[in-house]
Write a protein that binds this ligand. Structure first.
Ligand code: HEM
Length: 484
């Protein structure tokens, strides 16, 4: 009995010391309203449950916070996050806080110090080195790959014509994987015909364990995670993905001279080697893995959501078709750079899709020094969360019809007065998405190929879930009819 009392007293003493050492943090947190939190747990219980429950809880929690004020707070156990829905504050957070929040560390087991998760000092150097490779002129060389893989997609979709509704995401995701693997490391994977390889299975397993860890508080401390079987499975599968990319890199280095003499398009890995950028082999792997991860599901999801929305809004789909007819006539040629630059309406459809279904729903950063926001000054070392999916549906920013699909919101005259951080699907500031031009070109090319060949139909859907990215609960269900 005495031992139990002693343990309790020691625990209480530790807790008091811990609270005392963070006195200024608690004082700061008290300066703005919060609700729905419990003692010690904070808001952790809102993030327990399946991916759909977490999405719904997050929306409820955030809706209440948005009504209460411009800046609010969320406690995940002892960790404080400041959340702002004010575009001016969002701009300050994304321009000033370039360090990623601690929650990205689960991705670090796989991506190491790749651009997506790199700590700030390393990120600054590597982002500067990589920017010229994501230059528009270089990315435009990949348009041929976008067209070629889009054509394979159109052929594969033929098997679904006239059939009941099916989930198009699997088709689009395989197409985007072929595009991203070929352009980033010159690897022709042909995922569209061979979707089940050990490497692809390993990637899927790693992603699902990382996602589980993000939203299951008890799996977050390394000591607890390492006690579970997930830890060994994650390690085994991460090793398999690393081995795959390492072999591609070694092969590239071995054949560097003969590849470099060749005229024409060069993949991103070849360009990184050619410029002799002082990256080690491990750093090259970390960057290539980051690019293949960041560039695939994001673009595949946006394309799939666009098809769902166009299936529900036949008038908009006819407008896209008319635009494509004007550009291509009856030709089935692959889209060129000039063709893509003429797809103004499709461009607006994609932008409106990314507003309504913001596939990267949350962005987490951390203050390094004090940060003055509209209603408070955030101390150093505090997490700052930006929630683009909430900003993009804010009636304050988008008007009473914020939930309605209207591509003309993105006509130049309608964008002119909008705050730059009212719309941030690719984030904002110097740590924004390095692949946004690549993504826009690829999405337009693939959609143009599909929509020239097929008419799509779909039903309204409203159930969503967060599995790192934003997915519809029942998939992207559409039906296809052949055009012409
Ligand atoms: C619709 C398509 C895409 C969307 C919506 C998107 C969105 C984003 C967002 C929101 C971020 C910042 C994330 C954060 O701070 O947590 C980001 C970063 C990044 N994206 Fe994208 N992305 C897309 C396509 C791509 C493509 C095609 C590539 C590469 C080919 C790519 C490569 C990256 C990389 C490497 C980063 C990390 C940049 C850095 O930290 O410097 N993304 N993306």
């Amino acid at each position: 009995m005495l031992v139990i009392i002693l343990i309790c007293l020691i625990a209480i003493a530790f807790y008091i010391k811990f609270r005392y050492s963070r006195f200024s943090l608690y004082k700061f947190a008290k300066t703005f309203p919060t609700d729905g939190d419990l003692p010690i747990l904070g808001h952790t219980h809102w993030f327990i449950g399946g991916p759909e429950k977490i999405y719904n809880n997050l929306r409820t929690l955030v809706k209440a916070a948005e009504v209460r004020g411009r800046v609010s707070s969320i406690w995940i156990g002892p960790t404080l996050y400041v959340v702002s829905f004010n575009p001016e504050d969002v701009q300050k957070i994304l321009e000033t806080c370039l360090e990623k929040d601690n929650s990205y560390k689960y991705l670090q087991a796989w991506l190491g110090n790749g651009l997506f998760v790199a700590p700030i000092d390393l990120w600054k150097v590597h982002r500067r080195l990589m920017l010229p490779i994501f230059n528009n002129r270089i990315i435009e060389d990949y348009i041929e790959v976008f067209g070629k893989q889009g054509k394979v997609l159109v052929e594969r979709l033929q098997e679904q014509v006239g059939k009941p509704s099916f989930d198009i995401y699997q088709y689009i995701s395989s197409c985007m994987m072929d595009i991203v693997f070929e352009t980033s490391m010159g690897k022709k994977m042909d995922v569209q015909h061979h979707p089940d390889t050990p490497y692809l299975r390993a990637r899927k397993t790693v992603m699902s364990i990382i996602n589980m860890r993000l939203f299951k508080a008890w799996l977050q401390p390394d000591v607890l995670f390492n006690l579970t079987s997930h830890s060994a499975v994650q390690k085994q599968n991460i090793d398999a993905t690393h081995k795959f990319t390492d072999e591609v890199i070694q092969d590239k280095i071995a054949h560097f001279d003969e590849e470099n003499c060749k005229e024409g398009r060069k993949d991103i890995l070849q360009l990184l080697l050619e410029r002799n950028l002082a990256f080690s082999n491990v750093e090259l792997r970390e960057h290539i893995d980051s690019i293949t991860l960041a560039g695939n599901d994001t673009t595949a999801l946006v394309i799939s959501y666009a098809l769902l929305l166009l299936g529900m809004h036949q008038d908009a789909q006819e407008e896209v078709y008319k635009e494509l007819k004007n550009i291509f006539g009856d030709s089935q040629r692959m889209p060129t750079k000039e063709d893509i630059s003429r797809m103004d309406y499709l461009d607006r459809v994609i932008k409106e899709t990314m507003r309504l279904y913001t596939v990267v729903p949350l962005i987490g950063r951390k203050t390094r020094t004090e940060l003055k926001l509209s209603t408070c000054t955030v101390p150093a070392g505090v997490g700052c969360v930006v929630i683009p999916m909430v900003l993009h549906r804010s009636k304050r920013l988008w008007g009473p019809d914020a939930d309605c699909f209207n591509p003309d919101r993105f006509l130049p005259e309608n964008c002119a007065t909008r705050h730059p951080c009212a719309y941030i699907p690719f984030s904002y500031g110097t740590r924004n998405c390095i692949g946004r031009h690549f993504g826009m070109l690829a999405m337009k090319s693939v959609l143009a190929n599909v929509l020239r060949s097929y008419k799509v139909s779909s039903e309204a859907f409203d159930r969503l879930k967060i599995e790192i990215l934003l997915f519809p609960v029942h998939g992207h269900q559409i039906t296809l009819e052949k055009r012409m």
